[in-house]
Design a protein around this ligand. Structure first.
Ligand SMILES: Cc1cc2nc3c(=O)[nH]c(=O)nc-3n(C[C@H](O)[C@H](O)[C@H](O)COP(=O)(O)O)c2cc1C
Length: 329
């Protein structure tokens, strides 16, 4: 595989955001099958857990070459653990390594990881410095506008610090740690960072439509989309097609979506096994089916299902409901 570089990946970069509990290999493969023009980020993985050889955490690193260029995201606070984890990822052939400096959850920040690194720019830069010198793949950082509040000077110093330490790209979510996911994302500081920094910048926060993606792009190198793709991975394919000047025909109803949903489900069960695969898929299936006539009965069935065969029977029932409708028409 050709080495990946952020500088040579076509512009604008369209990225699938890392979403813990959602953007596992099965979901990323599903998105990649819909469009090859996307860069996927993995869920965050703990460098401490990798150091302690946790089997569950190793399983989070499962990926398929069809996901290339996959950016695997790590979190932690000890540079030597990042170096150790980085070498594992490099040997696995991932395209790049991203460092999580944005996660707002207490479990992560109370351990001085994730967005807590915004309060410790020196440590943040030190981690980037050591990791980027230990691996040959590009190291990037994903962060927020600030910890308690946005302060222009502090924000720009932080971004410049990780850039000068060796980060090859920054993904910026337009909220502070304190805001978590409340309010609206503020993109102005992201454009400001782009005007000051030399490395490529991806903007992130609240993109829900193709128009949002175009409207937000402005001077940036790319945009990253997360929550709006859940239950709607076609959105990303639609955005990639739009930036390429192509038209994308979205599936117009649940029946047209069903082949992709079935494939996503089969992949999850194949990769994670019946029990874990089914559990991981319940929320995806609820998101896919939401809003469709009769959905609540099917969601209830999916939540109660005890085996993949029971879920497949629900897919078959959804399919049969179309045949009944057509027969009545
Ligand atoms: C359920 C959930 C899980 C997330 N997990 C991660 C993660 O593992 N790493 C990370 O950097 N950001 C994570 N985020 C933040 C998203 O990547 C993204 O920055 C945020 O959702 C804003 O983008 P959106 O409005 O397009 O969803 C998560 C967000 C949500 C809602």
């Amino acid at each position: 595989m050709m080495p990946f570089s952020w500088d040579s990946w076509p512009r604008p970069i369209i990225a699938l955001a890392p979403l813990a509990g959602w953007t596992d290999s099965a979901y990323r493969q599903t998105v990649k099958k819909l469009t090859d023009g996307i860069v996927c980020f993995s869920e965050l993985t703990s460098v401490d857990a990798l150091h302690h050889k946790s089997n569950g955490t190793y399983r989070m690193l499962d990926w398929d070459p069809s996901e290339f260029p996959l950016i695997m995201q790590l979190f932690g606070k000890d540079a030597p653990f990042f170096v150790e984890a980085g070498k594992i990822l490099e040997d696995m052939g991932v395209a790049g390594i991203d460092i999580n400096m944005g996660c707002p959850t207490c479990k992560i920040t109370s351990n001085e990881c994730g967005s807590a690194l915004l309060r410790n720019p020196q440590l943040a830069a030190e981690i980037v410095y050591h990791l980027s010198r230990a691996v040959s793949v590009p190291v990037s950082v994903k962060t927020r506008l600030g910890y308690e509040r946005y302060d222009e000077k502090t924000f720009l110093n932080f971004c410049t610090g990780v850039q000068d330490a060796g980060a090859k790209l920054l993904s910026l979510h337009g909220r502070t740690r304190k805001q978590a996911f409340s309010g609206a994302a503020d993109w102005e500081p992201i454009y400001l960072a782009k005007s000051v920094l030399k490395i490529p910048i991806i903007g992130n926060g609240d993109i829900k439509t193709v128009d949002d993606a175009f409207g937000r792009l402005k001077t940036l190198d790319g945009v990253m989309i997360g929550r709006a793709t859940l239950g709607d991975p076609w959105l990303i394919a639609e955005i990639v097609a739009a930036v390429r000047g192509e038209t994308y025909v979205r599936p117009k109803d649940i029946w047209e979506k069903l082949p992709v949903i079935r494939e996503h489900f089969n992949l999850a069960v194949e990769i994670m096994g019946d029990r874990v695969g089914m559990n991981e898929m319940r929320k995806h299936l609820a998101a896919y089916i939401k809003g469709f006539f009769g959905a609540s009965d099917h969601v209830h069935g999916i939540m109660q299902a005890k085996s993949p065969a029971e879920v497949i029977a629900i897919f078959d029932a959804i399919e049969a409901s179309r045949e009944r409708l057509l027969a009545r028409a």
